[in-house]
Write a protein that binds this ligand. Structure first.
Ligand SMILES: O=P(O)(O)OC[C@H]1O[C@H](O)[C@H](O)[C@@H](O)[C@@H]1O
Length: 527
């Protein structure tokens, strides 16, 4: 049986606080010591990935206390409760079942007589069957022509994850013959977002998926109407081009305006929903069902590692614990995710929602304000581009920002060129290796303007190539890291009350039900 306690009630936390500044990473990474750390401080992940934490400010003493904290806070036990169907989402009194959508880790989870694993598999098969029929030309437009394009209409968790995963594999799919359909995304209520996508496609050959778990999101419903208007103006019947992915209780579920409806339940939160119909329909249409299944397999293989109580064999838990040490003991408010892979260009954006919407909380799971900091600010851009943007601050700024690099030995497309003795891929990899050492070891210079203090921590997840499996394992790693950190902080990582107020005020503005500052701002826009 687990107990839910605040971080500052733990004896191990008191011990951890005593270890502030315990490791000088500049010293620890110098010379041959550094080489030994790089070899030693690494943990295998799934799908051929490895989590290397040599440049993090930890040593065996810190790691031992982190292991005590994991045990005292019952982190893996709480994960077991979660995947066995406990009500972990206390804010909404819901189960949290996104792991079950990729593979069953524990017991059967039965809700109202329904086996939830069977439900998820059934919806994945429904999406696969539909996609196969579209690819085979068995489902066509009214003129009998094959559909060539699929457009997802959604926002937040109904956009960020699926979009990041699509972009991550778009070129891999083209290179390996899995580019079945072109995919586009409409998310913002800004009319230029929808108009630009509509201007870029042949709407007569396009399917549109209206994706909204709640079925009530203003932007998504507005963009659905926007697209329907364009279809009608093109002389087309919208109901022959529109699909929906929604919860069974949403208003969209009852509408017969759709060619097909795919369902998710209330137990997979939006920011964790790429494994549900939210990601499954568009990814199965774009790449084929087998590729979506391979992503899920990569996720499930990483989840399995997360059930290990030995933190040195559990990369997701270890990354989470080091992050807590950096946030709560070292006092770093931010962290950056820096993938040295252009294909992962939208991955940091997805992690911003997944992490900050999960752990950006100041009350615990019982509604009591906590007396310690919780979720960090997440940002990031692909390397090497970030090096030409914000690395100045990262290297010489007054704030230390812990860094999370991701890198692959091989590109996806394979086209490369040797210039001055090295390929572009080698240049990319050389840069990320160099950055880790530059941040950790710095460079002494009498001219303080040219001095690099070093001592700036980073980790790297490194793999051979970004494939469906390694992408899945990478995503699961961060989802599980966020979950474990939420358990450490004793917050409910699975609701999002903080996004509701803005929506309510926007509705008041549009209804001209305003006063004070709200009216004043509305007047500025002449609403
Ligand atoms: O999928 P929907 O119900 O349309 O919700 C879309 C998004 O809206 C909200 O703002 C939440 O913050 C997100 O977690 C959610 O993913």
């Amino acid at each position: 049986m687990v107990t839910w306690n605040n971080l500052d009630t733990l004896k191990s936390y008191d011990k951890l606080k005593e270890l502030k500044g315990h490791v000088d990473i500049k010293e620890a990474m110098a010379g041959e010591n550094g080489a030994k750390r790089v070899a030693e401080y690494t943990v295998p992940m799934a799908s051929g990935l490895n989590f290397n934490y040599a440049a993090k400010q930890v040593d065996d003493e810190v790691l031992n206390v982190l292991a005590e904290l994991a045990e005292e806070q019952q982190l893996v036990d709480k994960f077991e409760e979660l995947y066995n169907g406990a009500v972990i989402n206390t804010g909404e009194q819901r189960l949290v079942l996104h792991h079950l959508a990729r593979r069953q880790l524990g017991k059967d989870v039965i809700v109202d007589g329904v086996n939830k694993r069977d439900f998820y598999v059934e919806q994945q098969k429904k999406a696969a069957d539909f996609a196969n029929k579209v690819h085979a030309g068995e489902i066509t437009n009214e003129a009998g022509e094959k559909f060539t394009t699929v457009v997802q209409i959604g926002i937040g968790g109904s956009d960020l994850g699926p979009r990041a995963l699509y972009i991550a594999l778009e070129n891999w799919a083209k290179t390996n013959g899995f580019d079945k359909m072109e995919a586009k995304f409409i998310s913002n209520v800004d009319p230029d977002d929808a108009a630009a996508v509509l201007n870029s496609i042949d709407v007569s050959r396009s399917l549109f998926i209206v994706v909204s778990k709640s079925g009530t999101t203003l932007e998504t419903l507005t963009n659905e109407a926007f697209v329907k208007d364009a279809l009608v103006k093109a002389g087309l019947n919208p109901s022959k081009h529109m699909l929906t992915a929604t919860s069974e209780t949403s208003p969209l579920a009852k509408s017969d305006d759709y060619l097909e409806a795919f369902f998710m339940d209330d137990f997979i939160g939006g920011r964790y929903s790429s494994v549900s119909a939210v990601g499954g329909v568009i990814l199965s249409l774009a790449f084929g069902p087998e590729i979506f299944a391979r992503i899920l397999n990569g996720m499930a293989d990483e989840d399995k590692l997360a059930t290990n109580k030995n933190i040195k064999e559990n990369p997701d838990l270890l990354d989470a614990l080091i992050g807590v040490y950096e946030r709560n003991v070292q006092g770093y408010p931010e962290t950056a995710v820096l993938p040295y892979s252009q294909a992962l260009s939208r991955f940091p954006a997805h992690l911003q929602q997944c992490d900050m919407e999960s752990n950006g909380k100041s009350v615990n799971r019982f509604g009591e304000r906590v007396n310690y900091v919780t979720g960090p600010i997440i940002f990031g851009e692909p390397g090497t581009n970030g090096q030409h943007s914000f690395y100045q601050l990262l290297h010489q700024g007054t704030d230390i920002v812990p860094l999370q690099f991701v890198g692959f030995k091989d590109s996806q497309i394979g086209t490369d060129v040797v210039i001055e003795g090295s390929t572009s891929q080698k240049k990319l990899c050389a840069n990320v290796a160099a950055q880790i050492v530059a941040f950790a070891c710095g460079k002494d210079d009498e001219n303080k303007n040219k001095n690099f203090e070093g001592g700036r921590p980073s980790s790297i997840i490194i793999g051979d190539q970004l494939t469906p499996e390694s992408l899945g394992s990478l995503l699961a790693h961060f989802e599980n890291k966020i979950m474990f950190q939420g358990f450490v902080w004793n917050v409910n990582s699975f609701d999002q009350e903080g996004v509701q107020l803005g929506k309510l005020l926007a509705k008041r503005v549009l209804a001209h039900d305003t006063d004070g500052a709200l009216k004043a701002y509305s007047d500025l826009f002449e609403i």
